[in-house]
Design a binder for this molecule. Sequence first.
Ligand SMILES: NC(=O)c1ccc[n+]([C@@H]2O[C@H](COP(=O)([O-])OP(=O)(O)OC[C@H]3O[C@@H](n4cnc5c(N)ncnc54)[C@H](OP(=O)(O)O)[C@@H]3O)[C@@H](O)[C@H]2O)c1
Length: 344
Amino acid sequence: MLDVAILGASGYTGIELLRILSRHRHVRVVHAGSRQYSGRKVEEVFPFLRGACGGLTFGDDEPSGIEAELFFCALPHGASMDVVAVLLERGKKVVDLSADFRLKDRLLYERWYREHTAPGLLNEAVYGLPEFYREEIRGATLVANPGCYPTGTILALLPPLREGLVYPSGIIIDAKSGVSGAGRKAALETQFVEVSDGFHPYRVLAHRHTPEIEEVLCVLSGEKLRVAFVPHLLPVARGILTTIYATLKEGVSTEDMKRVYKEYYSKEPFVRVIDGGGLPDIKHVRGSNLCDIGFRVDEERGLVVIVSAIDNLVKGASGQAVQNMNIMYGFPETEALDVLPLGL
Ligand SMILES: NC(=O)c1ccc[n+]([C@@H]2O[C@H](COP(=O)([O-])OP(=O)(O)OC[C@H]3O[C@@H](n4cnc5c(N)ncnc54)[C@H](OP(=O)(O)O)[C@@H]3O)[C@@H](O)[C@H]2O)c1
């Protein structure tokens, strides 16, 4: 059995980790970190986990004193970097769900977030997108779990970009996220009355996931590019639908697009490319670690519209984090993640 700890276990991604890991046959959660609920039973605070956590109690122990082999850090960005540095010094492995180790370029991180106190670890961190970094993840000590918007975007865009079917310039990413993407902390703009029955863009061309999307796409495609990224707040609890507009290179057909997606994803357990022209729906991935991808080609106008759907808390966060752990420890990659979406 692998002993794991979850820091930030009372947040949305932390709770989701508890839910997923309760089904894992090779893992035991020995510490659920929370300041606000310290001393209280997990299943008392979150009754939907009743009977699933074996009497586990939230605790606020110093990370340096927690006996676990692997740590999931589900803390806000900025709170994670110091903790991760301490854990790595102790020889622990970490899957960090925050943005603190996702960017390789320290100055870029500091421009979009804040001062970095452990910049020496940026190069050690492996970007935890298994579909493109599986081999590196296998031997990693620190995995930087991707952001939710970047996951849906990169999985959708990278095959045609890498294979030179679309131009790297002029790409528009129009994404919509459920409210859990903003985390569990109370904030006026995510309250029910503010969000329900409405639908609006936010941080237009200024969202922090823009540099992450650009950096990873540049590294993996070998193309220098900038994107227009526009997120929207969707009045649902979970799910991200991403619609990407790109210009096709001359002569590229629907068949070419089908071929590259098949090449990249036919063996991937969590990516479903929709055959027959169907398009994704967040409802069809809800509660699962799946990423659904569909597209439409307009050969006459040289345009392609690519659409992806993920559950932001699963493939966009905690499910992908467990997938990364499975790869790091040689467990079956689908362990604890092999569930169908809720569908409703
Ligand atoms: N929500 C998503 O869809 C999503 C997707 C991908 C990545 N992420 C990233 O994953 C991380 C966690 O996200 P989340 O949505 O789960 O956030 P969240 O709901 O706000 O939960 C974060 C938890 O961390 C603890 N915490 C907050 N500030 C802390 C501090 N300074 N020191 C120690 N603990 C602190 C809090 O628990 P206590 O107050 O009980 O200690 C809180 O419950 C973030 O970095 C986020 O950007 C989120």
